[in-house]
Ligand binder design. Structure first.
Ligand SMILES: [Zn+2]
Length: 224
């Protein structure tokens, strides 16, 4: 399975990416009403208002919860969609607190999410992101037939369980460089509550520094 972590370092371009996690535990919180939504609508409105191209990695469970939103995002030329497994279990043991996909189920898990996305997005990409960014040689070997390319990162956005927008803004702006792939989250709720508040200052500062914001596809199609 091919992997890309960043784009060309000789071009002032950066890709902002947004993962839509949904685990079995998160879905329970949603169904019980403890969490109102795992779709950060304010974040998407800001991306549209600022005309920021973005690449989004959706879990299958998230697509099941938000099929109409998935269609809307797919239809927006600003955005491109990839997958983030079915239910956000990890592909290695001991990846944060995530559960683990058994080796024998790895391929089917990824294929399931790809199929779900294809049904909602005629232009679905074959970009894929590992939950928690965790993978090893076994996972890469098992997933080779899936036909997806893993998109890593070189700038973790630190928006998961953030207590305010400030550390997110600081983290992104202090680590970003030419060709960076920045990971943020679009599920909001209790898991990533300040991503939308951090977004506009990040975008304005990146543009002030002369960075062009692009999708992963655009970033990777530059000089290598
Ligand atoms: Zn994730």
């Amino acid at each position: 399975m091919p992997i890309v972590d960043h784009g060309p370092r000789d071009q002032k371009r950066v890709a902002l990416t947004f993962d839509a996690d949904l685990t079995a535990v998160m879905r329970k919180r949603l169904l019980s009403g403890k969490v109102k939504s795992y779709y950060n609508t304010a974040l998407i409105q800001e991306l549209r208002a600022l005309q920021v191209p973005a690449t989004m990695f959706l879990t299958g469970m998230w697509m099941e919860e938000y099929p109409e939103v998935t269609r809307e995002l797919a239809a927006d030329p600003l955005f491109e969609l990839g997958t983030h497994t079915y239910d956000h279990r990890a592909f290695t043991k001991h990846c944060y607190t995530l559960g683990t996909v058994p080796r024998a189920e790895m391929l089917a898990d990824v294929q399931k999410a790809v199929k779900q996305l294809d049904a909602l997005d005629p232009q679905a990409t074959r970009w894929f992101r590992f939950p928690g960014g965790c993978y090893d040689g076994t996972a890469l070997h098992e997933l080779a037939p899936a036909g997806v390319t893993a998109v890593g990162l070189d700038v973790p956005g630190a928006d998961g369980f953030a207590k305010s927008p400030k550390p997110i803004i600081k983290q992104v702006l202090s680590h970003v460089q030419n060709g960076s792939v920045v990971v943020l989250h679009m599920h909001g709720g209790d898991n990533a509550p300040y991503t939308d508040e951090a977004l506009t200052p990040i975008v304005k500062e990146l543009r002030a520094r002369g960075f062009q914001l692009v999708t992963v596809t655009q970033l990777m199609s530059g000089n290598r």
